[in-house]
Design a protein around this ligand. Structure first.
Ligand SMILES: Cc1cc2nc3c(=O)[nH]c(=O)nc-3n(C[C@H](O)[C@H](O)[C@H](O)COP(=O)(O)O)c2cc1C
Ligand code: SF4
Ligand code: SF4
Length: 266
């Protein structure tokens, strides 16, 4: 079938999901590609629309084994009409549980025809120099895999005469979905004197939780503990305070060193 254009949508506070999506886009190698970054609040103000002759790729990080709640909320406004769709989850080398199934079911409920799915590994959001987990992922091998997956998607689409002839995809997971997607409400970020008041942290926060006039003030109810502000601070002035998140970082470092590999389903 002929695809007029490809829309690749991603939520990616620390950039690993974005890197995977870019790899998949290289593999799909279509002349008309639109990368839609929904990480920042303004980008989630508009609902997404997709038609039958477009391919939609939706990629999210796994939070607590699930699709991040704010992405689920945004996807409720998705308007698609028999749109072939590819769902991708990126997780921090622990587990992705039911996230891929949840994402796949959600886009299907809003008019998509899921034709492929994949799970990739990205450096864990809580990873740091002292307690690294999946450091440097996605690496070269992961990105080669992402390109191969992109080519596989293209071949599947080319082999069908129309969207209605495409076979659907089965992805792993259980329903009712396991686990609780509620995130911790926690005061976990320390800001040191190295802060130059540049405003980068407030600008990159996906939920606008940091006061633009005083970056030490964080709305803990809004914070999704994504660690984007810590990673992107140019002065390395933001670190984890002792407590829940730092303990989780240590635990992940101890328990999830064994390398997991990407998986795909077509
Ligand atoms: C609140 C939160 C919960 C997470 N839960 C999981 C999880 O259940 N399993 C896992 O393997 N990784 C988990 N991660 C790690 C992210 O899925 C992973 O680091 C991902 O690559 C981050 O994507 P990004 O770089 O696009 O932000 C979690 C991260 C955060 C911030
Ligand atoms: S990004 Fe770092 S240096 Fe810039 S305002 Fe935030 S804490 Fe300060
Ligand atoms: S304040 Fe919270 S939600 Fe905002 S960037 Fe930092 S960790 Fe992420």
């Amino acid at each position: 079938m002929n695809i007029a254009s490809v829309k690749l949508v991603y939520f990616s506070p620390t950039g690993t999901t974005k890197a995977v999506v870019q790899g998949i886009a290289r593999g799909i190698n279509h002349s008309t590609v639109e990368l839609i970054d929904i990480t920042l609040p303004d980008a989630r103000k508009e609902p997404l629309k997709a038609s039958e002759d477009e391919l939609l790729v939706v990629a999210v990080p796994v939070y607590m084994g699930r699709v991040p709640a704010l992405v689920m909320e945004w996807l409720q406004a998705l308007q698609a009409h028999h749109t072939p769709a590819v769902c991708v989850v990126v997780y921090g080398n622990r587990v992705y549980d039911d996230a891929l199934l949840e994402l796949t079911n959600t886009v299907m409920e809003h008019g998509c025809l899921p034709v492929a799915g994949a799970a990739y590994i990205g450096e864990h959001s809580f990873s740091n120099a002292e307690t690294p987990t999946a450091q440097g992922r996605p690496d070269e091998d992961d990105l080669r895999h992402a390109e191969m997956f992109g080519r596989t998607i293209r071949e599947k689409l080319q082999s069908a005469s129309s969207a209605s002839r495409l076979s659907g995809v089965q992805v792993p997971g259980e329903y009712p979905y396991r686990g609780d997607p509620t995130l911790w409400t926690v005061d976990f970020i320390a800001v040191s004197d190295a802060c130059s008041h540049c405003g980068v942290c407030a600008a990159v926060c996906p939920v606008g939780a940091i006061d633009a006039d005083d970056c030490t003030v964080i709305d803990q109810e809004r914070c999704i503990t994504c660690c984007a502000c810590i990673r992107k601070c140019p002065e390395n002035a933001r670190t984890m305070k002792p407590g829940l998140v730092k303990d989780a970082s240590k635990r992940l470092h101890t328990l999830y060193q064994e390398r997991k590999d990407p998986e795909y389903f077509v």
